[in-house]
Design a protein around this ligand. Structure first.
Ligand code: C5P
Length: 209
């Protein structure tokens, strides 16, 4: 095999980030969290005091995003995630970021990309596609525990509403809505540890390699 791509999709807080990093590390593959490309675009607009409603402006900023410089910590803020899901409905923003993501996906010896539309749009020919999900309650609880674990203040009901709103926006948009590819393996992690989810993913990948 010359090059191998693993596509991982799913809703917010389903555990795909942790899983993707673990898979990339295990196989020595390059990893791209594509959510960070939407977040970086949104943050650049917010920082420059630009409106989130102008598609031409957002596209220009999207074309300037450097995949190498994406920093999870800087982009993790809640407001940035919200803004990201707003500009992610814009077709020309998506086209700009998808082009960069596709170029990344071709790196050797292999790549792991995670997001919402990797198996359906960005890398439809990927030999392994995983759709990682969990119930909205479980995902909200994980977010809640994560914030509490860092000593932060968290309101479960607010987080739960937020998870549901983000799902609606990601699944309901016209361009590249979040949904499993026809040939994706479904991984419901509601009652699974990260380690169990990783083992399940690993057997699927090993069978395809
Ligand atoms: O995964 P993350 O929460 O960082 O993504 C932020 C937002 O970016 C998502 O809510 C979604 O709207 C958008 N996104 C997308 N397509 C991707 C990755 C993220 O539309 N492949």
């Amino acid at each position: 095999i010359k090059q191998f791509t693993i596509a991982i999709d799913g809703p917010a807080a389903a555990g795909k980030g942790t899983l993707s990093r673990k898979i990339a590390e295990t196989y020595g593959f390059h990893h791209l969290d594509t959510g960070l490309t939407y977040r970086a675009t949104a943050k650049a607009l917010l920082d420059a005091g630009l409106t989130l409603d102008d598609e031409a402006v957002a596209e220009k900023i999207a074309r300037e995003v450097e995949l190498a410089g994406l920093d999870r910590d800087i982009l993790s803020k809640h407001e940035v995630g919200e803004a990201a899901s707003k500009i992610a409905i814009m077709p020309s923003v998506r086209r700009a970021l998808v082009e960069a993501q596709r170029r990344f996906s071709e790196k050797t010896p292999g790549t792991v990309l995670d997001g919402r539309d990797i198996g359906t749009v960005v890398c439809p020919a990927a030999p392994v596609k995983l759709y990682v999900t969990a119930s909205p309650e479980v995902r909200a609880k994980r977010r809640y525990d994560e914030i509490k674990g860092k000593g932060g203040i968290a309101d479960f009901d607010a987080i739960f509403d937020d998870v549901k709103r983000r799902d609606e926006r990601d699944m309901g948009r016209a361009d590249s809505p979040l949904k499993p590819a026809e040939d994706a393996h479904l991984l419901d992690t509601s009652e699974m540890s990260i380690e169990a989810a990783f083992q399940a993913a690993k057997s699927i990948i090993d069978a395809a390699l």
